[in-house]
Design a protein around this ligand. Structure first.
Ligand code: AMP
Length: 407
């Protein structure tokens, strides 16, 4: 089978890891077990099927298994006390999990609270409860079919009817709990296995895109925003979005846009937003499987900041962290002057007049953008007057702490 969906990996750095936690919900026979496998393989989730765990306990002949056995054979629900014990054990056995996939849990309203509590203990949350919706008669038919080969004593007509009654009376109210929290996502479970698979993949990708780590780097020219930005991108595995480089790349490739940019460069003008914005949007859309983006040199103006907010919103992303590297003006001039005398010197560093003009541009146009973001309490000011590694450590710590606080 060939399913098409984006492969997004997890943000996982230092001690922080954004987890992906999903519950598959639906009546017995909805296809929860069938759909679980690709989620486990693709997203490396720890699978927690309370049914499987209980069957294991029964097979092992444990006290807990003995308690559960007769209830399962009659199609009833095992007590919440037993369930909480087996779930908690599995979770604590996997301290480094990327995330958990719950199948057959929560099955009662009380178990919804248990799940919420367990997630809080892990400083995380359930991303979504995917409800695979199937009419009762279809469930019965599927379970009877499965009963011919599953070897499960509860896959027979009488027990199936009991299980579905329990589902209607005790399990369906779980949906209200997650509807209230905005994490209930229904899908049509009567579709084919690959179709349901694709729906689930889409839902998971949407969830993962909310987890992207998007950083904006600010700072005066010469503050180190470029070199630090690159180092941060490398450390966290982020896509480095530097508008200057992107424009140069178009010129180098000789594209239609590149030719227009070259003309503007030659006439000494500024490249207009109409050119920069589609390039940035294309970069975001075409960067598959990234953990996030780090923007440098954009937004440079208030207008561009509204544009960036809009583009991110359109693709269900948001800014996770804004860094502003502060360096004293005299030190900046000293650094840029020094740089102009090395092979790292840029054409725009070549005279004091040009340097001062760039600093002025930043003060007039970009400082108001930082002020705007500061009002939203999103900016961390970093003291950039130290050696490269020390400043890098400061930025790295600010990002890790900032993202932790977001959870
Ligand atoms: P399943 O494999 O999910 O169909 O579960 C088989 C049986 O295990 C159910 O009919 C219940 O008796 C029991 N069981 C599984 N998960 C739970 C749960 N979360 N709460 C109570 N009973 C459960």
């Amino acid at each position: 089978m060939n399913f098409s969906y984006r492969h997004t990996k997890f943000i996982s750095f230092d001690k922080f890891s954004a987890m992906l936690n999903i519950a598959l919900f639906g009546p017995p026979g909805a296809g929860k077990g069938t759909q679980s496998q690709f989620l486990i393989d693709e997203y490396k989730l720890i699978y927690i099927s309370t049914g499987d765990l209980l069957r294991k306990e029964i097979k092992a002949g444990s006290k807990l298994g003995a308690e559960a056995k007769s209830i399962i054979e009659q199609g009833g629900l095992v007590s919440d006390e037993i369930i909480v014990q087996i779930i908690e054990k599995t979770i604590t056995d996997h301290p480094d999990a990327n995330g958990f996939l719950f199948d057959g849990f929560p099955r009662t309203y009380i178990q919804s609270y248990i799940l919420e509590g367990l997630m809080i203990q892990l400083h995380t949350k359930l991303n979504c409860l995917i409800s695979i919706e199937v009419p009762e008669e279809k469930s019965v038919r599927r379970l009877l079919e499965r009963g011919q080969s599953s070897g499960r004593s509860d896959d027979n007509d009488t027990v199936i009817r009991n299980r579905l009654r329990e589902y209607r009376e005790k399990t369906l109210p779980v949906l209200n709990f997650f509807k209230e929290r905005g994490s209930y996502v229904p899908l049509d479970g009567t579709k084919s296995i690959p179709e349901v698979h694709n729906c689930i993949a889409q839902i998971v990708e949407n969830e993962l895109s909310k987890n992207l780590l998007n950083i904006v780097m600010f700072g005066y020219p010469g503050s180190g925003r470029g070199s630090q930005g690159l180092a941060v991108a490398k450390h966290f595995g982020l896509e480095f979005v530097a508008t200057g480089k992107m424009l140069d790349e178009e010129v180098r490739k000789g594209t239609e846009i590149g030719k227009r940019i070259e003309q503007i460069y030659n006439s000494g003008g500024l490249v207009p937003d109409e050119i920069v914005v589609p390039l940035i949007e294309a970069k975001i859309v075409n960067s598959k499987g990234v953990k996030g983006f780090i923007f440098k040199g954009f937004p440079r103006t208030l207008v561009q900041s509204y544009i960036l907010d809009g583009i991110l919103k359109k693709h269900h992303f948001s800014i996770s962290k804004i860094i502003d590297i502060e360096v004293d003006t005299l030190e900046i001039i000293r650094r840029l002057d020094k740089r102009s005398k090395t092979d790292k010197g840029m054409p725009y560093d070549s005279s004091t007049e040009k340097i001062v003009k760039r600093l002025e541009e930043h003060r007039k146009k970009t400082i108001p953008v930082i002020e705007k973001y500061k009002k939203g309490h999103q900016v961390t000011v970093i003291d950039g007057e130290a050696d490269f590694d020390t400043v890098f450590e400061r930025i790295k710590n600010a990002i890790v702490t900032g993202v932790k606080n977001l959870r």
